[in-house]
Design a protein. Structure first.
Length: 146
């Protein structure tokens, strides 16, 4: 029995990439849209004092992952290369994405962009984004004039 994985957006992504190539867009420019070959799955968790973003990046060397924060947008990009033996094999079934990836996440104003940390373990990239200390409302006592 053969299992077929259905990816409804894959066809549209391929069409968009081909259309952009035909129009001669240059993706080397920072202002241009970035097209990815695959999109890693990610979870965003919110705690009282921080946000935690976890992205599945199995087979990606942590040194090849770029994490950037600019104007309230956290970007994760990199590339997963094919294994050396995959170059000579004739593929029979492939589900794992290869090539470039790129994800962007808009962060709220409460995120502390200067204190973001990232680490990778067992194919999972974990980015911790601390929240800024909230300014608590305080009651001001009004004293009577003598």
């Amino acid at each position: 029995m053969q299992l077929n994985r259905i990816e409804p957006w894959a066809f549209l992504n391929l069409m968009n990439r081909d259309l952009e190539r035909m129009l001669g867009r240059n993706y080397a420019d920072e202002d241009s849209a970035i097209i990815a070959d695959w999109v890693p799955a990610a979870d965003v968790l919110e705690f009282d004092d921080r946000f935690v973003l976890r992205a599945d990046l199995p087979g990606v060397d942590p040194r090849a992952i770029d994490v950037n924060m600019e104007k309230g947008v956290l970007s994760i990009s990199g590339e997963r290369l094919a294994a050396a033996d995959e170059e000579t094999a004739s593929s029979r079934h492939a589900e794992r994405g290869r090539g470039r990836f790129h994800r962007r996440f808009s962060l709220p104003d409460s995120a502390d962009a200067d204190s973001i940390t990232a680490r990778s373990a067992n194919g999972v990239l974990e980015i911790t984004i601390p929240k800024l200390a909230r300014v608590q409302a305080r009651r001001i006592t009004v004293s009577a004039a003598d």
